[in-house]
Ligand binder design. Structure first.
Ligand code: ZN
Length: 183
């Protein structure tokens, strides 16, 4: 199976599974826009040379937020992709605060591919938080989100300088906006 065929299948799989989901910001962007952004970030970071990480990026929220199963992903996209998707999936049996702490704690031990996807995911999330923040979030909650993302990314550093710089810019821009009174 060619990488391009796998890519198209993963895009279709993700778009279909997330079909009724929207981002939680005021623009309510289609969820697939988040997935394409994360996939592009890791594709550029790896110069298009690692189809596994790009396909995993497209699928990175399917286990957490849709009815897709690990077995299904493993069967359709192989064990390497499934492993990265599993690594980027929160354990929903844990309470939210525990899940968030776990992301901070587990970041340094993630595989290199999972680190790239996690880093790209945080870049995308912080950009969305600036461009299209959730309408009902007070500034303090947004700031707390930025600080948490920053703490997770501290454990991912050393994997890709360009992505880290993009994250730092998204963090700084977002914090400057919050300090300016938020939007
Ligand atoms: Zn995501």
């Amino acid at each position: 199976m060619t990488a391009l065929l796998d890519f198209a299948r993963a895009l279709e799989f993700a778009a279909t599974r997330h079909i009724d989901q929207r981002r939680k910001g005021v623009r309510a962007e289609p969820y697939v826009n988040h997935l394409s952004e994360v996939a592009l970030l890791v594709a550029e970071a790896t110069e298009g040379k690692d189809p596994v990480v790009v396909i995993a990026a497209l699928l990175h929220d399917t286990l957490e937020d849709t009815d897709a199963s690990y077995e299904e992903i493993e069967q359709q996209f192989g064990p390497e992709v499934a492993a990265v998707v599993a690594e980027t999936t929160d354990d929903k049996r844990l309470r939210k605060a525990e899940r968030k702490q776990r992301q901070i704690d587990m970041a340094p031990t993630a595989s290199p591919r999972a680190k790239l996807v996690k880093l790209a995911d945080k870049i995308s999330n912080l950009r969305s938080m600036s461009v299209s923040p959730p309408a009902d979030w007070p500034i303090a909650r947004k700031a707390e989100y930025f600080e948490w993302a920053h703490a997770v990314v501290a454990g991912l550093r050393g994997i890709d300088a360009r992505l880290e710089a993009l994250f730092d810019r998204a963090y700084q821009d977002g914090m400057a906006q919050l300090r300016g009174g938020g939007k």
